[in-house]
Design a protein around this ligand. Structure first.
Ligand code: HEM
Ligand code: HEM
Length: 248
């Protein structure tokens, strides 16, 4: 059984993610998962059996803190050196419109096997825009509350008290999001090509046209030559709410 689509270099491909975006993404994925597994050892008695891998509870506590530091460093590195990329990501999120709402309604139907017409999407589809807002916010809360729990003597007692439930709740939300996201960004039939975008940097051109038609047209297609209006040096694209594209 083949879980991921084959990586094809004999067909036209277009760049989707720079090496910096990929380094940051996989760097925070590895450190997030280390934090999650070691955190679960501290959180749930039922995962005690995992403790021996990290050298018991004491070891798990240290792997947790060091992975948290590494996650902060990787995200900070990506944010500083890829600042323009982060701004372009935010510009895309601000384009959230009817096409994204339609995506959010229609995608679950498609997921369960119904045939639907998903309208053309920008660089990130409606679901990815949602993920881009919720997951980083949860990771931010995990980092802030984590440092407060680590160094309680530097913070007011009230803040330390709310840091614990904040850390636990953010962990639960982030984990649910990451589970759905990891499946949709890899093994889910049809979207698996996006994995190669995040792994190798490029996606098949036909896949880009089909899944992110607006992004494709603006970046590589007919609209690529047209300079969009800019504000503070960042492009301001038109809000598309075009007719649904025929599902292929
Ligand atoms: C900068 C990032 C992070 C820092 C500094 C941090 C720090 C901490 C600290 C100091 C503790 C208390 C440990 C102890 O009692 O020995 C803790 C607990 C925990 N952390 Fe983190 N953490 C971070 C990120 C994460 C992430 C990403 C997750 C999961 C996705 C996570 C999940 C947990 C869990 C489940 C616990 C146990 C909470 C409990 O027992 O109520 N942490 N963390
Ligand atoms: C565990 C395995 C993971 C896999 C297989 C995976 C896969 C992917 C892929 C393929 C993309 C690009 C999607 C596109 O073409 O636009 C992506 C984007 C992204 N990933 Fe991951 N990812 C994983 C873990 C994580 C984790 C742990 C986080 C954060 C804690 C995360 C946060 C994001 C965000 C915010 C984006 C941009 C928005 C989006 O496309 O949903 N990912 N991921």
């Amino acid at each position: 059984m083949q879980l991921l689509p084959e990586y094809r270099d004999d067909v036209p491909r277009v760049e989707r993610f720079t090496w910096l975006a990929r380094f940051t993404h996989w760097g925070h994925t590895v450190t997030f998962l280390l934090c999650l597994f070691t955190g679960l050892i501290l959180f749930l008695d039922s995962v005690d059996w995992l403790a021996f891998i990290f050298g018991g509870y004491y070891g798990a506590g240290w792997v947790h803190r060091i992975s948290g530091l590494a996650m902060t460093a990787v995200i900070g590195f990506g944010f500083i050196f890829g600042f323009r990329g982060v701004l372009l990501w935010i510009v895309d999120l601000l384009r959230f419109g009817f096409n994204d709402l339609k995506f959010l309604v229609l995608f679950p139907l498609e997921f369960f096997g119904f045939k639907v017409n998903i309208p053309p999407q920008t660089r990130f589809n409606g679901g990815e825009k949602g993920n881009s807002m919720i997951t980083p916010l949860m990771v931010f809360l995990l980092m802030i509350s984590g440092y407060i729990m680590w160094f309680p003597s530097y913070f007011p007692a009230g803040l330390v008290r709310i840091a614990y439930p904040t850390h636990d709740l953010a962990m639960i939300f982030a984990t649910v999001m990451v589970c759905m996201h990891a499946y949709l960004g890899s093994f889910h039939p049809g979207s698996g090509e996006s994995f190669w975008g995040m792994w190798k940097g490029t996606v098949r051109e036909d896949w880009a046209k089909h899944h992110h038609a607006i992004w494709y047209e603006e970046t590589y297609g007919k609209l690529a030559g047209e300079k969009p209006k800019t504000v503070l040096g960042l492009p301001v694209f038109e809000q598309y709410d075009s007719k649904p594209k025929e599902a292929e």
